[in-house]
Design a protein around this ligand. Structure first.
Ligand SMILES: Cc1cc2nc3c(=O)[nH]c(=O)nc-3n(C[C@H](O)[C@H](O)[C@H](O)COP(=O)(O)O)c2cc1C
Length: 208
């Protein structure tokens, strides 16, 4: 069976990026697990997305049959990004922690794919996600400090935010492959990568 993987990358650090190294490992494992794997890459550092304009936001909230030419044109990029998400069986997101949250490049992607009427809607009982169930998400998370325990735990607005917003649109099956404490020297990086490797092997074994 063929699997389509959407890979969203956000670190500008190229070969020095920890999250990119982790994503590359996830993709390699997936390629090994599934004979036919088609990878669609969105590198938000080489092809950054624009922040939402007034025209685009206006188009989001205009019923499709009432949109004018300019609004239809303004929605093309967001529609393309949402279509990529619908087409993906697995999503791999490289997510460094920046200032306790995510890089603004990744936030811009989220602003384009969290779409009322396409990926969520408000029903009689509140918000409902519109992405079909069954998609798997791997988030390759890298951070200089340690946030899984200790005094800095409350400052994690990176993983907690991603889990919340992805769940909101229907992506509930989220696995974090995490290297943390990478600012604490070479040994710390080595240990963090080994821990992440263990998380990855375990997670890959668990998926069908
Ligand atoms: C602009 C910027 C902001 C950062 N903010 C934080 C932070 O708030 N907390 C933290 O633990 N590390 C922070 N770091 C360190 C990164 O999370 C760490 O270097 C991580 O490996 C970055 O991912 P990457 O190697 O894939 O680029 C920051 C790094 C940069 C460049």
């Amino acid at each position: 069976m063929s699997h389509t993987v959407l890979n969203v990358e956000t670190s500008p650090l190229g070969d020095y990026s920890v999250s990119r190294k982790l994503s590359a490992k996830v993709l390699a494992e997936l390629k090994e697990k599934y004979v036919e794997t088609q990878i669609v890459t969105r590198d938000l550092t080489t092809s950054p997305l624009p922040h939402l304009s007034g025209l685009t936001v206006g188009a989001f909230f205009t019923p499709p049959e009432q949109r004018n030419e300019a609004q239809i044109e303004a929605l093309k990029l967001s529609d393309e990004l949402v279509d990529e998400l619908f087409a993906a069986d697995i999503v791999v997101i490289g997510a460094p922690m920046w200032n306790f949250g995510i890089p603004s490049s990744l936030k811009a992607w989220i602003d384009h794919i969290a779409r009322a009427g396409r990926t969520f809607k408000y029903g009689a009982n509140g918000p409902e996600s519109l992405l079909p169930p069954g998609k798997k998400v791997f988030i390759t998370s890298s951070r200089g400090g340690v946030y899984t325990s200790g005094p800095m735990e409350v400052m994690d607005h990176q993983e907690s935010y991603l889990k919340a917003v992805l769940g909101f649109i229907g992506l509930h099956d989220v696995t974090f492959i995490r290297a943390e404490g990478v600012a604490k020297g070479e040994d710390a990086v080595k240990n963090a990568m080994e821990t992440a490797d263990g998380q990855l092997k375990k997670a890959i074994k668990l998926i069908a």
